[in-house]
Design a protein around this ligand. Structure first.
Ligand code: FAD
Length: 499
């Protein structure tokens, strides 16, 4: 029997049942209450409901009024890193959720949360059921430091730490929940915006955090934290930091903190900065001012009152995390001291042979997220950790597309992700219009996939189910003066969704 026939026979088996859900779907009404559009409309499914998934869906439905889009998401809740990555004290960034909600409520769009593609349903099954499949499942892995001591207690990835304070399920209990905040110094490895987010959250006055959507357990742990000093370490120099000026400015102005930089790290920078493009120049000038200028009276008074310290440490690469004699807890990090070869963005860090040990009880590595392959049948470039593609068309895989961090690698802000997702949607529409992608024969879309999921005991969460979760979270938040109090486990989310 062909694969397609298996799917159809499973659909028949499923539709012969008696449940209300089944008969509603049989009548062409999905569980979300939306009328199934048309059996012969082009059917596209998107894997992942982060910015890439939603922006791809938005552009597709704008460009082709006949297209039906189904979004499959691993978690019961949508929005990817907008919910689980963006810092709690950046609520304005999360406003994109309003646009995503409009997209999800479009009559040609359906959301199926709590469905892990690659486990509950395969990419091949999706390809059989839809005319096109767009993979937008982000970058859920970590780049590891590959140094001795990396597995010690007290060493975490930024992904773990961010997931913890943002309420990502499975990042809440056990070791990953009990961060080593009882030490005085924390070292953050990496100098991008995520590293700055981590440093800021570690040092923010608790009064600033308690009105955000940071989770209650994280808030309590941070309120009891002993961390007073955060060093943000990079292997190259001030002219190569990867953060942006907004994030640096927030750090410079963070109440209750003062900067601590090494003047020698800035040798020659004032001269070199004159020749660089404006964004890099402004960023470097702010660093120079913070590090070298004698502060004015007001700023000096502010610094005198500060009880917490932050600082960049440049030209240093981690080589080992050191432990106490029992070898179960981080006590220091050994850093190799580098010099730069070349200049500008392309400058290379070269070891000098000197090392330095920095005492610390907490090490958070923020050296990048990494996409993971979904299964053997989907091309994956393990070196670049992306799906090889041409303008979002997966190479050598007709009908398969990709967008977001999975397409480009884990760089850029939401606006960058938006642009690359629109590009993917454009490629897909071009292929439909030109006939490269055949959409004239009918495909079963979600009907057949819902049947498979039901048979496998998977209960998808619809967008209106998510709105029940949203409602509960917002209500719980109101009670404690926060925009929301997030549910912290998949089980609790499902309980609320299925009420
Ligand atoms: P994601 O947002 O990761 O979405 C991927 C989705 O796919 C997730 O919902 C995931 O659950 C789902 N998924 C994964 N595997 C599967 C599977 N097998 N089946 C089904 N679904 C799956 N940008 C800004 O503009 N401003 C900021 O302040 C900002 N802060 C950030 C802070 C952090 C810590 C990080 C890491 C990033 C931040 N960004 C920020 C960048 C922004 O979050 C990204 O540009 C954007 O989220 C990338 O979108 P994406 O859809 O490719 O990936």
């Amino acid at each position: 029997m062909s694969f397609h026939k298996v799917l159809l026979s499973e659909l028949k088996l499923w539709t012969s049942g008696r449940s209300r859900w089944r008969s509603r779907l049989h009548d062409g009404v999905s569980r979300s209450g939306k009328v199934s559009f048309s059996s012969c409309s082009p059917k596209v499914c998107i894997v992942g409901s982060g910015p890439a998934g939603f922006y791809t869906a938005q552009h597709l439905m704008k460009a082709r009024q006949d297209v039906e889009v189904d979004i499959y998401e691993r978690l019961p809740v949508p929005f990817g890193l907008v919910r689980f990555g963006v810092a709690p004290d950046h609520p304005e960034v999360k406003n994109v959720i309003n646009t995503f909600t409009q997209t999800a409520k479009h009559s040609h769009c359906n959301f199926y949360g709590n469905v892990t593609v690659g486990k509950d349903v395969s990419v091949e099954e999706l390809q059989q059921a839809y005319h096109a499949v767009v993979l937008s499942y982000g970058a859920e892995g970590n780049r590891s430091m590959r140094i001795p001591g990396e597995d010690l207690a007290g060493v975490y990835s930024a992904k773990d730490f961010v997931g913890w304070y943002n309420g990502l399920p499975n990042y809440q209990s056990g070791m990953s929940g009990s961060y080593y905040l009882s030490c005085e110094t924390a070292v953050v490895l990496g100098q991008g915006n995520v590293a700055i987010d981590v440093a800021r959250i570690l040092l923010s006055p608790i009064d600033m955090l308690k009105t955000t959507d940071i989770t209650q357990p994280a808030l309590e742990a941070l309120a009891a934290s002993q961390v007073r000093r955060v060093l943000i370490v990079g292997r190259r120099g001030p002219m190569q930091v990867a953060c942006t000026i907004k994030e640096l400015r927030e750090m410079v102005n963070l109440p209750g903190t003062k900067p601590d930089m090494l003047a020698a790290d800035f040798d020659g920078v004032a001269q070199a900065v004159k020749d660089v493009p404006r964004p890099r120049r402004r960023l470097t000038e702010l660093m120079l001012k913070t590090a070298l200028e004698i502060p004015g009276e007001k700023e000096q008074a502010r610094r005198n009152k500060a009880s917490r310290i932050w600082g960049f440490r440049f030209f240093r690469s981690p080589i080992e995390v050191l432990a106490d004699p029992d070898r179960n807890r981080t006590t220091a990090i050994r850093l190799a001291i580098n010099r730069l070869e070349g200049s500008g963005e392309g400058a290379r860090a070269v070891l000098t042979g000197e090392v330095e040990d920095v005492s610390c009880g907490l090490v958070i590595s923020s050296i990048g997220y990494r996409s993971l392959p979904i299964n053997g049948s989907v091309p994956f470039d393990t070196h670049k950790a992306i799906i090889p593609n041409t303008m979002g068309r997966v190479q050598q895989a007709a009908g398969l597309y990709c967008s977001g961090w999975l397409k480009t690698g884990p760089t850029g802000v939401i606006a960058t992700t938006m642009n690359n997702s629109f590009d993917t949607a454009r490629s897909l529409v071009e292929d439909m219009d030109s006939g490269i992608l055949h959409v004239s024969s009918a495909k079963p879309g979600s009907q057949v996939i819902s049947a498979l999921l039901e048979k496998r005991g998977v209960k998808p969460v619809t967008f209106s189910d998510w709105e029940k979760i949203d409602h509960v979270e917002v209500r719980r938040g109101e009670a404690v003066g926060k925009p929301r109090e997030k549910l912290l486990s998949v089980e609790e989310m499902l309980q609320v969704a299925q009420r």
